[in-house]
Structure formats: C-alpha cells, structure tokens
Design a protein around this ligand. Structure first.
Ligand code: FES
Length: 102
C-alpha cells in the first residue's frame, strides 16, 4: 500500500492510497485535474506529466529512453519531470508527492 499525494496547478492537494497499477491510472480514477492520460499509458501523449519532489526522486525507477524522448517535446519540463503512466505503484513510492505539470 502506498500513499500518493497529487498537487494540482491551483495548489489543491489530494492524497490517495493504492497497491497496484500506475500513477496516471490512479490520477484519472481520482479525477486529478491536469492528468488526462489520453494515450492510455503507452507513453505517447505526455498528458500525464508530473514533477516529482526532489527528495522523492530516488524512490522511483529511472525513466526509459522513450519516456525521456516524449518529455523533451512537452512544455514545463524540469529535471524532475516524469510521465506518471510510467511510474508503477508500489510500497517503494509510499509518501511520494507529485506536482501536476499541466
Ligand atoms: Fe500518455 Fe502517459 S498517459 S504518456
């Protein structure tokens, strides 16, 4: 079980709990504003872009080359950008805070 906190662009914080799936799916299920997941999680739309808090960066696996390439073309990219469909829910990410980029 992991607790995941989303912070939207209008600074609304929502904390949800999950055990499986990926972060984008979790955000869409919980109607987190700014995470649309238009491609269904196949890393081809970047509508699931989030910024990971620096202190949480090492909790998640490294992005793949495909994910890095997708992020290159998105707006508002930072060194802590990730596509949330590529982050799996697991105990390892318990307590993570993600700022919605869009
Ligand atoms: Fe499309 Fe993540 S949902 S890239």
């Amino acid at each position: 079980m992991a607790k995941i906190t989303f912070v939207t662009s209008d600074d609304i914080k929502t904390t949800v709990e999950a055990t499986t799936g990926n972060i984008m799916e979790l955000a869409v299920q919980n109607k987190i504003k700014g995470i649309d997941g238009n491609c269904g999680g196949v890393c081809s739309c970047a509508t699931c872009h989030v910024h990971v808090q620096p202190e949480d960066w090492n909790k998640i696996e490294e992005p793949t080359e495909l994910e890095k390439d997708m992020l290159e073309f998105d707006e508002n990219v930072s060194e802590y950008s990730r596509l949330s469909c590529q982050i799996k829910v697991s105990d390892a990410i318990d307590g993570i805070v993600l700022k919605v980029a869009n």
